[in-house]
Design a protein around this ligand. Structure first.
Ligand code: TRP
Length: 337
């Protein structure tokens, strides 16, 4: 029996940080270990083109994502890791899907609506000002990413739920039009991000708040960043609540359950913030040291990353081709006839 397909895209728009590791990379790697699943993880570089307009940056970020995921334990033999832009079938399917996507659906897509709203709030007369077709049709390209691989499950954060539903709607519309199952209907598997990772200032760790701890900074820098985490001004001997502390909630992610338990106890008895941050640094550094070395090796050898991605793309296209052929034949774009 063939394995169920789980697929997700990673937009290469920023330097990977600790929030990405805990919120996306670790959960995705755990899913990929399930022997009943084939995981397809790709770098959505053409999606990033809606915002990243510096050619070197785009190329660099793309390699950065690949190196990061491999350094964190992704096995490119098991997981299909590829670059979206290497799969021309994606863009052909995107056109086909566009022909079955009512314009009104795109008007309702969250990202587009938010951009319109922003324009309105700024008193812009044309509420579509500055919005290009890349942003407007973003969900169509994303649907092509998903449907091209007969994807069963798409693990995403809740901000992407609507996009997966749109992909399902498009597939349904095509299947309905031709009276047969040309496309597999995907389902979103919404990652619970209620346990958000706190950043340096205590708010959710996010590139847009500029409060991140980048994953692979040198040890010294990591230590400095740990020391910068905002805490209250209570004295060392004052009892502290581990459950409301950013320092502790990060610590817990990198320590063993036993270590976390005894550290929580020390918080309750009273621990100086300097010491608590020192323990966090030690735990993080222990977990990140090996991946950091691997990451640095990979980034020093872009040819190696490119070769890995090229091999992933070759295998991905092998899977994609028959799906696109099936759709083409189904709609009457069939060179054999
Ligand atoms: N839109 C997703 C994001 O911003 C990235 C993405 C592109 C994606 N294509 C995808 C995610 C297909 C899941 C499936 O995070």
């Amino acid at each position: 029996m063939s394995r169920r397909i789980t697929l997700t895209g990673i937009k290469p728009t920023g330097r990977p940080h600790v929030g990405n590791l805990l919120g996306a990379i670790r959960p995705a790697l755990a899913i990929a270990r399930d022997p009943d699943l084939q995981a397809c993880y790709f770098i959505a570089d053409y999606h990033a083109l809606t915002t990243v307009r510096d050619p070197e940056e785009l190329a660099d970020r793309t390699r950065d994502v690949a190196a990061t995921w491999i350094a964190c334990g992704l096995d490119p033999e098991r997981v299909l890791l590829y670059r979206q832009s290497d799969i021309p079938e994606v863009f052909e399917l995107a056109w086909i899907l566009a022909c079955f996507t009512p314009k009104g659906w795109m008007n309702k897509a969250h990202a587009y609506k938010a951009a319109v709203q922003e324009n309105a709030e700024r008193g812009e007369e044309d509420t579509d000002a500055g919005i290009d077709m890349g942003v407007y049709t973003y969900p169509v390209l994303m649907a092509a990413d998903i449907l091209l691989f007969d994807t069963d499950v798409v693990p995403v954060g809740k901000d992407q739920k609507q996009h997966v539903e749109l992909a399902r709607d498009m597939a349904q519309r095509i299947n309905h039009t031709y009276g047969r199952d040309l496309l597999v209907l995907p389902e979103a598997d919404i990652r619970d991000d209620t346990a958000t990772v706190p950043g340096l200032d205590g708010r959710k760790m996010s590139k847009s708040y500029d409060n991140t701890i980048p994953l692979f900074v040198p040890e010294k820098r990591l230590k400095k960043l740990c020391n910068k985490i905002v805490t209250d001004t209570s004295p060392p001997e004052a009892p502290k609540d581990p459950d409301t502390s950013s320092v502790f909630s990060l610590y817990r992610q990198f320590a063993t359950p036993q270590e976390a338990e005894s550290m929580a106890e020390r918080y309750r008895r009273g621990i100086g913030w300097g010491e608590a941050k020192g323990a966090l640094f030690e735990a993080m550094n222990r977990a990140l040291a090996e991946p950091r070395t691997r990451y640095e090796e990979l980034m020093a050898d872009p040819g190696q990353i490119d070769a890995l991605l090229a091999e992933g793309s070759r295998r991905a296209r092998e899977r994609a081709r028959p799906v696109l052929e099936r759709v083409r034949a189904g709609i009457g774009i069939d060179p054999a006839r």
